[in-house]
Design a binder for this molecule. Structure first.
Ligand code: ATP
Length: 379
């Protein structure tokens, strides 16, 4: 489920990244990024390991100096601003709490640079931050007396106690078990909505990114592959890489017919299908993508637009859905995801069916020669 529009309770928190690059000896970690993040946005950098997302975040934080490019926070170039003077704070995957200090003191540590605050202001800031992360009664506990999720919330409070305009989060749920990750996702987005500050969130987990973000970028090789809302990027991937990274993608080898307009005819073996195509897409061989939940299966023998004959190859019961693999006349397999209302999915192996590939869900992809990822099963 995608997020609503961001609601900022603050005037600050905008980020502009212009031509940002970072080279380590012989490695280009970030290869020219341009990005505008709005105040109050929950913005995610998503991508596989090594794509440059952490390096981007570390440059925002001030822990790493860019090789080239600019970072503007609320319009101010922060190139010369040291990390502790930037209006940003960071939460890491490893919460790194001090084991010998209680929760309150761990949180108060976040205020170590603020020599101007008196004792009572510090105490009230700490109490407010702990309330925000729902640890109001836990101030006197030591970290080992808390669960993993509670420890991560202390780390969050330690970052929030400074009341930053931007919070940077580097895989903050990564160290937690699956169930806790799920419940903390909702907690974190609720918290972000409540305080209204900008969150820049780094993850390699597509589900997490889709569920939590207002907008996201998919990164690879130090570059932005695509930017959009979760729904846009999931439903309208531009490349095979993005289609594959954001969930299961059926890929069909097609031949795009000449023509203009957004809907184009594509040849798929002996069949002609209607598909969405990026404007100006060239005629010729290419690939089209369709998500499994958009592939419909109906009675065998029903012909019509965007319908193909198929044969059930196997089914996998997944609880709320059933994954159905269907063999197409060309020999390849296409996956259909069927929602399991009572008794609704009753296919048998070898059964002939008609496969419908609705034209509004079938998309011709832009060519991306750098990425040759295998996803459609052709066995
Ligand atoms: P992960 O999810 O694994 O942390 P990432 O997308 O955050 O990956 P980065 O940590 O930003 O990726 O790394 C991008 C590239 O830069 C990688 O190839 C990495 O090996 C390299 N890199 C990162 N930090 C350094 C460094 N200090 N010295 C040399 N190379 C580095």
């Amino acid at each position: 489920m995608a997020r609503d529009e961001p609601t900022s309770h603050h005037t600050g928190g905008s980020i502009s990244i212009v031509g940002l690059r970072k080279e380590f000896e012989g490695v280009t970690a970030v290869d020219g990024i341009d990005l505008d993040i709005k105040p109050g946005e929950f913005f995610t950098l998503l991508g596989p390991s090594g794509c440059g997302k952490t390096t981007t975040l570390r440059m925002l934080a001030g822990f790493e100096q860019p090789t080239d490019g600019k970072i503007l926070l609320d319009g101010v170039d922060v190139a010369q601003t040291p990390a502790h003077k930037r209006p940003v704070n960071t939460v890491f995957q490893s919460y790194a709490l001090f084991p010998h200090l209680d929760v309150e003191r761990n949180v108060a540590y976040g205020l170590r640079w603020r020599k101007d605050l008196d004792k009572s202001t510090r105490a009230s800031r700490v109490a407010k931050a702990l309330d925000l992360v729902q640890l109001g009664g836990y101030g006197k506990r030591r970290p080992h007396q808390l669960s993993g999720g509670q420890q991560q919330r202390v780390a969050l409070a330690r970052a929030l106690v400074l009341e930053p305009a931007v919070l940077l989060l580097d895989e903050p749920l990564g160290a937690l078990d699956a169930k806790l990750r799920h419940s903390l996702r909702a907690e974190l987005t609720g918290l972000q909505r409540e305080i209204g500050i900008t969150f820049v969130f780094v993850t390699h987990d597509q589900e997490e990114a889709l569920e939590m973000s207002n907008r996201l970028v998919v990164m690879d090789g130090g570059r932005i592959m695509q930017l959009g809302t979760p729904e846009e990027v999931y439903r309208e991937p531009h490349t095979e890489f993005v289609a594959d990274f954001l969930g299961v993608a059926n890929l069909l080898d097609v031949e795009c017919e000449p023509g203009g307009g957004l809907t184009r005819s594509v040849r798929f073996g002996e069949f002609v299908l209607e598909a969405q195509a990026p404007s100006g897409h060239e005629a010729g061989p290419g690939r089209a993508v369709i998500r499994p939940e958009c592939v419909e299966l109906v009675e065998a023998g029903l012909t019509g637009a965007n319908r193909l004959p198929g044969m059930i190859d196997r089914t996998v019961f997944l609880g709320s859905t059933t994954q159905v693999m269907v063999r197409l006349p060309q020999g390849g397999l296409v996956q259909s995801l069927i929602t399991n209302a009572a008794g609704s999915c009753s296919f048998t192996i070898g059964q002939p069916v008609t496969v419908c590939l609705p034209s509004d869900a079938l998309r011709v992809l832009a060519a991306s020669p750098e990425h040759h990822v295998a996803y459609a099963e052709t066995a």
